[in-house]
Design a protein around this ligand. Structure first.
Ligand code: NAD
Length: 372
């Protein structure tokens, strides 16, 4: 066995720890910052509280990041960073906000437009502005990952960009911030956690440290996701899901995601399905395919989680999806043959090659046809 592991992000985890933000900004030596966030926190008053608590450190607020952030939103953040000569960035929100802020914090340090990096990620600068990432969903793990997923909606492209320079400086994970996430978003983001952990575990690039994170993340999701869906104010269960999200993020950063994430990009781009749900639609299908060629790892995983076989674990995931209102198939879209072909073509992202079983276009076509 030969493998590497590095994780450069400092992590603060616990209820109420958003209160430590100003102390952490001072520790970074930041003096002129931007807060990047989404409209829902304008309504909740959290933006106003953060800006007033951190006076005079935060000079600008960009509060218009939407799900599946577009490169124009990223350009908007970069323009504000330059206008106010910011020397640090705070990102408060779900994965969409964190990804947009990670990209802006890095790309603001160089002159190319965001679209140039979408076309060629090797042009990304080597070092960006210091970034404090505060996740408000239990989902993406973006606060500790080296990935930023951006969309160019005019070109109908959604792409993960990866570079070590995207790692935030610090992640403050405060599970209380997830109490306001509505049930369907809780379900979608929670399934994203499960997909990160499962895909990391079976990735061709799996390795033992990430395996440990993945196994624990899967266990936590299977034990707590239905609870947070049914009882949004259950703080202990929200804490466990925040922990699962972090562990799953740590689990996939080295092995990378693969089958379900590759398919999620066209499912979101072409059909508008939210990210976590787009991943969840195919995860149990791929688990059954991977179980057929299992070298014993999936059987071991199922056993450690208390299931008799990988197929029993796949059945439990199918049931969980049903329990939390995740769409089971694509019937509602009445897909044409042309749309199915588009999904097949656009699911062939390079990460698909990390799935342990080779997924051919014919297999994708069969899967999408079964789901239509
Ligand atoms: P999101 O950030 O798109 O947020 C979904 C919705 O929830 C938004 O309307 C948002 O405003 C709202 N919301 C967020 N937090 C809330 C809260 N506490 N209370 C009420 N509403 C809240 O959803 P997400 O699933 O966290 O992020 C998805 C994005 O992250 C996708 O673009 C996906 O591709 C990307 N992603 C990135 C990584 C990575 O490593 N960078 C990993 C997985 C996914």
């Amino acid at each position: 066995m030969s493998w590497n592991y590095a994780q450069p992000v400092t992590i603060r985890f616990g209820n109420g720890r958003i209160a430590e933000l100003v102390k952490e900004i001072n520790a970074l030596g930041g003096s002129k910052g931007i807060l990047i966030t989404s409209p829902s926190f304008e309504k909740s008053g959290l933006i106003q509280k953060i800006v007033s608590d951190s006076q005079p450190l935060i000079k600008a607020v960009y509060s218009n990041v939407n799900p599946n952030p577009d490169i124009t939103e990223c350009e908007g953040c970069i323009a504000l960073i330059r206008e106010h000569q910011c020397d640090f960035v705070v990102a408060l929100g779900g994965g969409s906000v964190l990804d947009c802020a990670k990209a802006a914090a890095l790309m603001a340090t160089a002159d190319l437009p965001v679209s140039a990096y979408m076309d060629n990620a090797s042009l990304l600068p080597a070092k960006g502005l210091p970034l404090i990432a505060v996740p408000t969903t239990a989902g993406t793990g973006s606060e500790i990952s080296s990935v930023s997923v951006l969309s160019d909606h005019t070109k109908k492209v959604k792409k993960p960009l990866a570079t070590p320079a995207f790692f935030p400086t610090l992640a403050i994970i405060d599970p209380e911030l997830t109490l306001t996430v509505p049930p369907h978003i809780t379900a979608c983001t929670g399934m994203d956690v499960l997909c990160h952990a499962l895909e990391a575990f079976w990735s061709r690039q799996h390795q033992p440290i990430c395996d440990s994170f993945a196994i624990n993340a899967i266990r936590l999701v299977m034990q707590n996701l239905k609870t947070v869906y049914d009882e949004p104010n259950n703080l202990p269960a929200r804490e466990r899901m925040a922990e699962a999200s972090l562990l799953a993020g740590l689990a996939f950063t080295v092995p990378r995601t693969n089958c379900s994430h590759a398919c999620s990009y066209p499912l979101t781009n072409d059909l508008g399905i939210p990210h976590g749900e787009a991943c969840a639609i195919t995860i149990d299908y791929f688990m059954r395919i991977n179980a057929q060629a299992d070298d014993g790892r999936l059987r071991m995983l199922a056993g450690m989680l208390g299931y008799g076989s990988a197929s029993e674990l796949a059945d439990a995931i199918t049931q969980l999806k049903k329990d939390i209102g995740i769409m089971p198939d694509l019937k509602t879209f009445n897909l044409t043959d042309g749309q199915i072909e588009g999904l097949v073509q656009n699911s062939q992202n390079p990460i698909l090659k990390l799935n342990p079983v080779e997924i051919t276009p014919a297999m994708l076509r069969e899967m999408y046809n079964q789901m239509r």
